[in-house]
Write a protein of this length. Structure first.
Length: 629
């Protein structure tokens, strides 16, 4: 029996909503309705299941677990574990990126981003006669830092952090040791009958935030720039409409784009593309989905014709498969939903996994390594071609979502490309801020979830209200996927901006919402903020900047949030993290943090009041800089 639209959560994308509603398949958007009733103890974070005396659930009538742990201990213990897991995901990615760089040099392959290599090595004080030698030293320096013990401070972070932030972190005693050992220590700290001090655990969250942000975000971007090539500004198509049904289509999901370098290179070879013609296909293409797709879109100038474009974010992936135009799924990390598994089984779409941390049920594991990279590429290609021939045969398939998405989405935005487009200086932006044409900047970043109003609903509605108030929006993560497909990252969206921001956008030929790409590019937004602060001679908390993860989803988002707090930014979440059962935790993150780092957390589930709060915060920051009144 089919399912109907009324059984689904809301979707900001009407075209996508209709397609899923008429598909006859149950997807995440339907399961969200099934799971609407939530456990109150879980939402508050007051359930502990660390030992066999539990699970213990804390309430006013039962304020202590069997061991004597109260709500403050249990909540912060659970929260720190989540932040540590999120940090672990990012540290895994940056460690692999450093290994990929090292392997590329040792194999004698050309590094496509020499300018980034030179700039980063100069920043870190690394010098060598040859680029390959410099890259090896760089990779080893990062790997050594990540693997340092907990009580030995990482050294690269001192060169990446802004001087004023570094001083603040040192004063607070939160400069992290080795990135991996910080995670290990957090897990030990939160085990049974160990740490019960909520303040100490909160400070551990901040340490993890710093290592996550500077290594897992900032450095991962730069390493990928060196390996795959620097992004360039451009305008590209997005949405399910980018899928060509006449091609052999390889859908990729994850966050480890360096693993696809060889695949991209091989797809540019005529003899490889000739294999498509043998089964009646026009070409072999990569279809981007989730953050890895956004990253390749960012590097459109290096992908040639191999890359069709970015189809959509995490909760679009099931729809991508349901077009019937995907021939193989290749995953290497999250956000690869388990919900794709039954769809792949039913539609006979093979699944391949390149990293065992992302192994899906029913998928074939292809362990990525330098020795296996070329063989893996050939296996991906042969699997896709065979699947296409088997599934299509003599029939002509049609993409039912051919009209979905946007045709002129800005992409390739980084700190460097943005500054270059402004003439090599941040002065035009600063002038617009001083003049009030741009009142401030909102970083609307992170995931998409289905609980905060529905798929991309909060993200898109909040963004519309912000740009209408002359607040420039920068986005990275699954938020970008939804905003791009909605048209807000296209130049025509300037008509929805306030008069000041509209004038700036029309003069520059850009939209009021800038697409930095994947969630990893939150690190690039931090770099922009750091340069703006340096240009003004102020610390980050003084900037008219607010950060929002309106539809945060997972543990990685919590680690991102910890980074934002260490930077001193006001941080908005559209859903409360699971800490509301502890008055101490709530006070720490919403009030005490202001005196520690300058940042703080605020929760607002209403779009209108959130937008009003952003305006008020930005007005206060502008006043502090002497710009208004």
């Amino acid at each position: 029996m089919g399912v109907t639209q009324c059984e689904m959560c809301r979707n900001a994308d009407g075209c996508l909503e209709q397609f899923l509603g008429e598909s006859g398949r149950r997807v995440s958007h339907h399961r969200m309705v099934d799971q609407e009733v939530k456990c109150g103890f879980g939402l508050a974070g007051v359930c502990c299941k660390l030992c066999s005396n539990g699970p213990c659930r804390i309430s006013k009538n039962r304020p202590y677990g069997v061991c004597g742990a109260d709500a403050d201990t249990i909540v912060m213990r659970n929260f720190l574990r989540s932040v540590a897991a999120g940090s672990g995901c990012y540290i895994h990615v940056v460690e692999n990126a450093a290994k990929r760089l090292k392997e590329a040099v040792q194999a004698g392959r050309t590094l496509k981003g020499p300018e980034t290599l030179h700039r980063l090595c100069g920043q870190l004080g690394i010098s060598a006669a040859e680029d390959g030698d410099a890259a090896l030293i760089l990779a080893e320096t990062i790997l050594t830092d990540l693997r340092r013990p907990y009580d030995e401070q990482m050294v690269v972070l001192e060169k990446l952090a802004t001087p004023l932030r570094l001083t603040k972190w040192r004063e607070l005693g939160i400069l992290p040791g080795g990135g991996k050992d910080e995670i290990f220590n957090a897990l030990v700290k939160t085990s049974t009958n160990l740490n019960s001090d909520p303040v100490d655990m909160a400070m551990q969250c901040l340490r993890l935030g710093i290592s996550t942000g500077l290594y897992g975000l900032v450095l991962t971007n730069l390493l990928n720039d060196i390996i795959l090539g620097e992004p360039e500004l451009g305008f590209e198509a997005t949405g399910l409409g980018i899928i060509d049904p006449d091609c052999v289509n390889i859908m990729i999901t994850g966050h480890q784009q360096a693993m696809f370098g060889d695949l991209i290179q091989q797809l540019e070879q005529p003899e490889i593309q000739a294999k498509a013609a043998m089964v009646g296909a026009k070409a072999i293409k990569i279809v981007g989905c989730t953050c890895v797709g956004q990253d390749l879109q960012l590097r459109h100038n290096h992908c040639g014709t191999a890359f069709s474009g970015h189809a959509g974010n995490n909760y679009t992936s099931e729809a991508v498969l349901l077009t019937g135009c995907v021939d193989v799924v290749v995953s290497e990390f999250n956000c690869t939903l388990p919900g794709i598994e039954p769809i792949c089984t039913d539609l006979d779409i093979p699944m391949l996994c390149l990293d065992d941390v992302a192994k899906k049920a029913g998928a074939r594991g292809l362990h990525y390594s330098e020795a296996s990279r070329e063989a893996i590429t050939m296996e991906i290609l042969s699997t896709a071609i065979v699947a296409y021939a088997k599934r299509v045969g003599d029939q002509k398939r049609i993409n039912p979502m051919a009209g979905h998405g946007a045709q002129d989405v800005i992409t390739g935005v980084t700190d460097l490309t943005l500054k270059k487009a402004l003439g090599g200086s941040w002065q035009p932006v600063l002038d617009a801020i001083v003049a009030g044409q741009i009142k401030g900047v909102a970083a609307v970043v992170g995931c998409s979830n289905l609980r905060a109003g529905g798929h991309d609903v909060f993200t898109i509605e909040l963004t519309k209200r912000l740009i209408a108030s002359d607040i420039l929006v920068l986005s990275a993560g699954c938020t970008s996927g939804g905003l791009a497909n909605s048209g807000l990252m296209s130049p025509a969206a300037s008509t929805q901006a306030g008069p000041g921001l509209k004038a700036v956008c029309e003069a520059l030929g850009v939209p009021p919402v800038l697409n930095f790409g994947p969630c990893l590019a939150i690190g690039r937004i931090e770099m922009v903020a750091g340069e703006l602060a340096a240009a003004l001679g102020v610390d980050l908390p003084q900037l008219p900047v607010v950060v929002s993860a309106p539809q945060w989803l997972e543990e990685q988002a919590l680690a991102d949030g910890a980074f934002a707090l260490t930077l001193g930014f006001p941080l908005h979440l559209g859903l409360a993290p699971f800490v509301t059962g502890s008055d101490t935790a709530v006070t720490l993150f919403t009030e005490t943090m202001k005196d520690l780092t300058g940042g703080y957390l605020f929760i607002d589930e209403d779009v209108d009041s959130t937008a009003a709060a952003f305006e008020a915060i930005i007005a206060e920051k502008r006043k502090g800089l002497g710009l208004d009144g």
